[in-house]
Each structure stands twice: as C-alpha cells, then as structure tokens.
Design a binder for this molecule. Structure first.
Ligand SMILES: *Cc1c(COP(=O)(O)O)cnc(C)c1O
Length: 353
C-alpha cells in the first residue's frame, strides 16, 4: 500500500511511546495516582445514568460540559468561549483543519510537543520549525523573527513546554499576538503544575481574539483514559471549529464522565502538589548526581547529558523503570510519579551514576 499512501506520509512512524508493562511507568506524563474512590464512584454513576439513553445521539455541542470547563478556568469565561473534544490533540487537529491545511503554514519551536508537526502533516499543512536557543529557551525576538519570515496561519507555543518542562513567559505569546499574523495556539497541557510566578496565557484572551489556549484533563486531572481536552478562545474560533468537527464527536459517556470529574476538581487536583514536590525532588537529586537538568514547571523532568541516552533508557528499563527517550540526542525525560515510583527511579539512576 506504500505507493497508495499520500507522499508526505511515506516513511513516517506513528506517534507512540512504548506501552511496556513494567513496575514503574514514568514515560507518558500521566498522573500516577488513580482516581480517589468517591470520585470514581461519582463518575461511574454519571456514566451509568447515561446508558439507557444511548439510543439517542449526545448533545452535539457539549454545552453543559463546556460551561463546566469555563467555570473551572475562570477568567470570566463562558461556554461560548470554550470548546471540547477527545483530548487536546483533537482540538488542535480541528484548529489546523479550520485555519491551516493545504497551501498554509504552521510554525512551532522544537524541541516541543511531537504531535504538533504530526497534526500538521495529517492536515496537509506545511510545518516550519523555528527552533530554540541552545539552552532550549525561547525569546520573543526569535519567535517574532520566525513569524515575520514564514507568515504562519497557525503558530504553536507550548507552555510549560514538552519535553523541556519550562514555562514560557506570556510576554512571548503577547509579542507574537502583536504581529497579528494568523492564530496563536498556546498549548498549556501542564498548566496546573507550573511554579508560582508564571501567568497563564488565559490572561491575554480578552485582548487578543486570535489567541487559543488549549488544556487537557489528561495530566493534572488524572483523566487521561477518558480522553478530554479543550480550548478557550474567542467565540468566533469556537464557531470555526464547529465547521470541521465530526458530528457528535464527543460521546454522551465522555461528556457525563468529564462533568462528574469536574464536579470533583478539588479532589482530583489534590495530587498536584505532591507531584510537584516529587518533580522538584527529581530536579534536585539529579543535579546532585552531577547531571544537567532543565527547570520544570510540569510533571516531568528533562535530564542529561548522556553519551548514549538509549543505553541509559535500556539500563533503567532493565531495573523496572520506564522513562521516555524523546529522540533528543543526549537527553531523557522522566515523569514525576508517587514518592515510591520516584524513589525507584532515583535509586536506579544512582546505580548507573
Ligand atoms: C500530553 C500532552 C497533551 C495532551 O493530549 P491529550 O490529547 O489531551 O491527552 C497535549 N499537549 C502536550 C504538550 C502534551 O504533552
């Protein structure tokens, strides 16, 4: 079938971290804590209550869920400025379908989230990588220069950035927005984990109608298996993605589960402080081992530098600890887990040092 495949897809590998069954899985930035029992029960009841009505299509526009998400975000947002889909990957795909596509350009700044260029390929959008500074930093001047050079229809910024972990000053997003060049997507999948002092790009929404801030329930909310992502933006952007979304894209079960989870947001987010403490512990202890470690505002840490990161990845796996080789020569990424998981990872690293 290779010759029948679209030329730009030939030779590509599908997105996918290995799903290997080992005791300590710290490779996909999920929340290591299962749902607390009372929240699990509430979600199960909400889903059960939907089952009899599954003969009917769900609310196509997920209005109640969008209202709940808007309330969670605050900043005076309402359902008309929030859109939800099966993971923030899907909302980002919808944004590219509506605002990019053949003959159009999307700009990102790698190393960043590897799905952004893949979503561009899938929507036949030309992808341009504007790069980063040597220390993985991203300055307003670099971003503006790249925007002027490539005139993108969609610009992706990632804050906190995956895989480096560091949050982006909203002033950088603001500098791009001042260029009035296409829409600007700030991917804030890890926003709930950021250290005090870095504002969310949500603070810029009222001033810039071309800004989209994407979020997810997959990380801090411990809800990755349910597949719920969303964005906040101007109502005209919410209208635009409705032109390209599949009808009834978000199942009644997903909508009900997400609403029940959001009703217990406080309980679900209780683990965030513990995970941040483990993250800070990883940064500290790896630095004590003499490694180079990027500052992290997320629930993961990028560390190196290794002559052969693949060998270190394998040595950790041999000790029952799965981390992520993000394809960045010399570096590995580890998710902050429970105290026990974190201890297992750090003990394995000490053995290797
Ligand atoms: C994990 C992650 C997402 C989340 O994707 P979902 O589809 O919502 O699970 C989005 N952006 C980044 C940068 C991520 O790391």
């Amino acid at each position: 079938m290779r010759e029948l495949l679209r030329a730009e897809l030939r030779g590509l590998t599908a997105y996918g971290a290995p799903q290997i069954d080992v005791p300590v899985r710290l490779n996909t930035n999920e929340n290591s804590y299962p749902l607390p029992p009372h929240v699990a029960q509430a979600v199960a009841k909400a889903v059960a209550d939907e089952v009899t009505g599954l003969n009917r299509y769900p609310d196509r526009d997920s209005v109640e869920l969008r209202k709940d998400l808007a309330d969670y975000l605050g900043h005076g947002l309402g359902a008309d400025r929030v859109w939800a889909a099966n993971g923030s990957n899907e909302v980002q795909q919808q944004l590219l379908q509506a605002f990019a596509g053949p003959g159009r350009v999307a700009l990102g700044f790698g190393p960043a989230y590897s799905m952004h260029p893949l979503l561009a390929v899938g929507t036949a959008t030309t992808w341009v990588d504007g790069g980063r500074d040597g220390d993985f930093g991203l300055t307003a001047s670099r971003v503006v220069e790249q925007v002027r050079a490539h005139r993108p229809h969609v610009t992706f910024l990632c804050s906190p950035n995956n895989p480096t972990g560091t949050a982006l000053d909203p002033a950088v997003a603001q500098a791009v927005l001042e260029e009035r060049q296409g829409i600007v997507v700030v991917d804030e999948a890890y926003a709930e984990f950021r250290r005090p002092g870095t504002a969310s790009a949500l603070t810029l929404l009222d001033r810039y109608p071309q800004l989209v801030v994407t979020r997810t329930m997959s990380k801090a909310f411990a809800f990755a298996g349910a597949r719920v992502g969303y964005f906040a933006a101007d109502p005209s952007i919410v209208d635009a993605v409705q032109l390209v979304r599949l009808p009834y894209h978000l199942s009644a079960l997903t909508q009900a589960a997400a609403r029940a989870a959001l009703a217990h947001a406080g309980a679900l987010l209780e683990t965030v402080d513990e995970l941040k403490a483990q993250r800070d512990r990883i940064v500290r202890e790896l630095r004590e081992m003499g490694l180079t470690v990027a500052d992290s505002d997320a629930n993961f840490v990028l560390f190196g530098r290794f002559e052969d990161q693949r060998a270190v990845w394998q040595a950790l796996l041999d000790r029952g600890v799965l981390v992520r080789d993000v394809g960045l020569s010399g570096w590995l990424r580890v998710t902050a887990g429970t105290p026990d998981e974190t201890s297992a990872f750090l003990a394995a690293m000490k053995e290797l040092a």
